[in-house]
Design a protein around this ligand. Sequence first.
Ligand code: BTN
Length: 273
Amino acid sequence: MPKQVPSQAQEEPIWQRISRSCRLDDRPLILFDAVDSTNTQALALAKEGAESGTVVIAQTQSNGRGRLGRTWESPKGAGLYFSIITRPPLQSKDLSKITLAVGLALRNGVAKVSAIEARLKWPNDLLFAEKKMAGVLTENDMTAGSGPTIVIGIGLNVNTTADTLPVELAARATSMYIAAGRFFDRGAVLAAVLREVDREIARLVNNDFGGILADWRANDAAYGKWLTWLTPKGQKITGLSLGPDEEGLLHIRDAGGTNHPVLSGDLEITVAR
Ligand code: BTN
């Protein structure tokens, strides 16, 4: 019999509290049953002046967006799909640092509630046993109502079972449930991740990107491995991953010894040469 995602009544005392109060700790939380994309909604709410720290979350998304125009599969009630509206005193050039800081926060939040030691793949993937458990999509709106706004979108597969994952993703994706063999209270996971995001952004604002980078590198899934980089111009470059630098850019060194700084594009960990 196919495994069921636990119903809200079975799981999640915190989730039910969130749904009733529309707050989590001291921040506003807007919960949708179904939505196109929490990032799209958060960007619109930010334009209307939504408070910094507001979280927009949905039980499911019909058009969850990932990096490079990809879709984020959002099976109902199984994962966490949320976006944080934030206005930290940072500049748009710091966006790649924020993405790394948030990836680290996500990794640490998951570890705190589950003891799952997931690893990071630049710029925004959380991997466990080489499969993707979560991703981060950071977007900014420099024209939003109450000052420059950053929307941090996080998709985390929490109670997604192998048979609720779309077939085409099964070989590449995982969840906290698959990694730990038990279900998790999504509210508790959300609270832990939000606490860690606040912590890492505070570190960034306090000029400690060096500390974030050191922690990020200690959990880098790809360091010293061969990566194939599909550049935004469609060129394929294969090289050894040297990890991210002080600006948040990834560096890979090809077989001829040339160092390539990576700002964007698709990366795949390839078999060792
Ligand atoms: C990626 O790995 O490419 C990033 C995936 C980010 C998905 C999340 S789900 C919540 C938020 N809303 C979206 O439309 N995307 C992000």
